[in-house]
Design a protein around this ligand. Structure first.
Ligand code: GLC
Length: 600
């Protein structure tokens, strides 16, 4: 009986192999030939942890292909060992499935392994854009990959290669900047480094290049909005990041919520299949964004038909049993669409081939579980040094009256004020532990800017602090750390980017003391800063530097010669936004690429 079965299997494989591109390899075809339609569709199904945590047996029942932790999906013990334990226990369930295909696990490690308490949190992409340093971005990516693998997970939903063209957009900080060439260079560097020499290396993780495409170009910067432009502009501004990432070896691309000229990206066959897969030769797989196909049509079956036939390969589904558009519904409906010949089996086979090929390339079949040696690397000093260097290089000096910076480490007295002075959560911004991030001295292991200042100055220097600037005295040096409270997608869009009145008041309070005032701005984008800029003696854009506040002190006290360059044009007023390099007329407060350095 077994002989006949294996003979049939060989015949099946041979028939499927005919005319198949070599890159898929016989083992993929063998597996594909052995799969039922239901097992194939399960490979295309990515379920959020919150939807599966209480019915994990569905992993076995359906042979699910992938699990993700979306922005707000948390586990109980968020230390690295805690994450590794949850990962291994879920992955082990695949051993009880018929074909034992390991699952892919994805998470938003977008500025370090930011869901893990104790992980190193790096500057968000806008700060990395200010460094103009592709090698440094590679070091950040490498450290991130090592920390992600330390928890068993092997797929990050990064890099975001959005080209943010309107700073009203709440995801501006996830973009490296407004210039397509800079985004392409740094995005490719991230993909190369995070995927290592080979995807099968022990510290490699799969990159997910996102969000395809033109997420940063929507009218008025509306998140998930509509990008209105002709195809030439679409290709010129928003495509270079994907061309470079594919050249760099990207094997996964995440499709974007936004529309292009009124057509939802998730239903756009021309861009997903004709352009990305055929013209650009993308051989990896396309994953949807979080429940994004639901936005194509209120009828779930129509949405599934359009997105899968459009070229989507894996669908991110946050909804569990008992809710609408849940993962069981998705699999059932897609199975019905195939049986009704509305979705051809060849489309299903193409999607599964792409997904399984990546699983083989990642050596998931051979090495599916956490390597405990890597767990200890999460939050390592070596990684913190990489982050500190990234922070130093990301700061942009906008003003330095009388060369007040760098400050002396032997200053008599320094008063540090502002909401951001002693607030690691504000330094980190969104996508930190929780989806939207939070104020407060958390996550563990970091250094606030105040703590860093205290560590840097001499024993004889008196350092005082207050949020509102009170207590500063004549003779002090004033440092004010102000800016935006943490936010992430859907919550960060702002019509008015003017610095808050409270923040401007702190600067004025310090100025009134007649002391030099150095402003450090923590923000996910350029803000309208005029009153505070006028009142300041020096002004630094620090973006969202992450846990390693020491990098800010290094610049303040001259241990690093400030070198950052603006990744965005800095508008004078809201009326000027959007304002981007190449616009005519072009009269920003500070132009794209601006950045002072120290004279001495
Ligand atoms: C979110 C974001 C995307 C993220 C995904 C998973 O909605 O748009 O950037 O990777 O869902 O959390």
């Amino acid at each position: 009986m077994k002989f006949i079965l294996s003979l049939l299997l060989c015949i099946a494989v041979a028939s499927v192999m005919q005319g198949k591109p070599k890159e898929h390899g016989p083992r993929v075809e063998t597996l594909l030939a052995a799969m039922t339609l239901e097992e194939k569709i399960a490979q295309m199904t990515q379920v959020d942890y919150t939807a599966i945590q209480n019915n994990a047996d569905d992993v076995i029942k359906y042979s699910l292909g992938s699990i993700l932790w979306g922005g707000s999906s948390e586990i109980k013990d968020i230390t690295a060992p805690g994450w590794a334990a949850v990962y291994d226990s879920l992955q082990r369930l695949t051993e009880k499935t018929r074909l034992k295909v390991p699952m892919l696990f994805g998470i938003d490690a977008v500025h370090g392994h930011n869901n893990v308490n104790g992980a190193v949190i790096f500057p968000h992409n806008i700060g990395l854009g200010a460094t103009r340093n592709a090698k440094l971005v590679g070091r950040v990516a490498r450290a991130t990959a090592e920390e992600v693998r330390g928890t068993g997970i092997h797929w990050t939903f990064a890099p975001c290669v959005a080209v943010a063209r309107n700073e009203r957009w709440g995801r501006t900080y996830e973009s490296y900047g407004e210039d397509p060439a800079l985004v392409a260079e740094l995005g490719a560097a991230y993909v190369k480094a995070v995927q290592g020499t080979k995807l099968s290396d022990k510290t490699s993780i799969l990159a997910s290049v996102k969000h395809f495409m033109a997420d940063g170009g929507t009218t008025n910067g509306v998140d998930q909005g509509n990008t209105e432009c002709d195809e030439a502009t679409l290709r010129k501004i928003f495509m270079p990041g994907y061309v470079a990432a594919i050249k760099a070896g990207a094997r996964n691309i995440m499709v974007s919520y936004n529309s292009w000229n009124g057509v939802k990206m998730h239903g756009n066959k021309y861009l997903m299949t004709d352009v990305l897969k055929k013209e650009l030769g993308f051989t990896g797989f396309l994953v949807s964004d979080w429940a994004a196909i639901d936005q194509i049509d209120k009828d779930y079956k129509t949405a599934i038909e359009q997105s899968i036939n459009g070229g989507l390969d894996m669908v991110m589904i946050p909804n569990g049993p008992g809710t609408h558009n849940n993962y069981v519904e998705f699999m059932t409906i897609l199975g019905a669409l195939v049986k009704e010949n509305k979705v051809p089996m060849s489309r299903i086979d193409d999607a599964v081939r792409r997904i399984v090929s990546v699983k083989y390339d990642m050596d998931l079949f051979g090495n599916p579980y956490t390597d405990a040696k890597l767990t200890a690397q999460v939050g390592s000093q070596a990684h913190r040094e990489v982050a500190r260097d990234a922070v130093r290089q990301s700061l942009v000096l906008l003003k330095n009256e009388g060369n007040v910076l760098p400050l002396s480490k032997k200053a008599k007295a320094i008063h540090v004020a502002g909401r951001g002075a002693d607030n690691i959560g504000m330094q980190c911004g969104g996508w930190t532990i929780s989806w939207q991030g939070a104020m407060g001295n958390y996550p563990d292991g970091g250094t606030s800017i105040l703590q860093a200042i205290r560590k840097t100055v001499s024993k004889g220097t008196k350092v005082t602090t207050s949020a509102d600037g009170s207590g500063a005295e004549a003779g002090d040096i004033g440092i004010v750390v102000i800016g935006e409270e943490p936010y992430a997608e859907m919550k960060g869009d702002r019509e008015d980017l003017t610095l808050s009145k409270d923040d401007a008041a702190v600067v004025a309070t310090m100025k009134a003391k007649g002391i030099p005032v150095v402003v450090v701005l923590l923000s996910g984008r350029p803000l309208i800063i005029d009153p505070a800029l006028q009142a300041s003696t020096a002004f630094i854009a620090a973006w969202l530097p992450g846990t390693e506040g020491q990098g800010v002190a290094d610049v303040l006290f001259g241990d690093y010669k400030v070198s950052g360059k603006l990744p965005h044009s800095w508008a004078r007023t809201m009326k000027q936004i959007p304002i981007n390099i190449g616009d005519k007329p072009y009269d920003p407060l500070f132009p794209y690429g601006f950045g002072l350095t120290y004279k001495k």
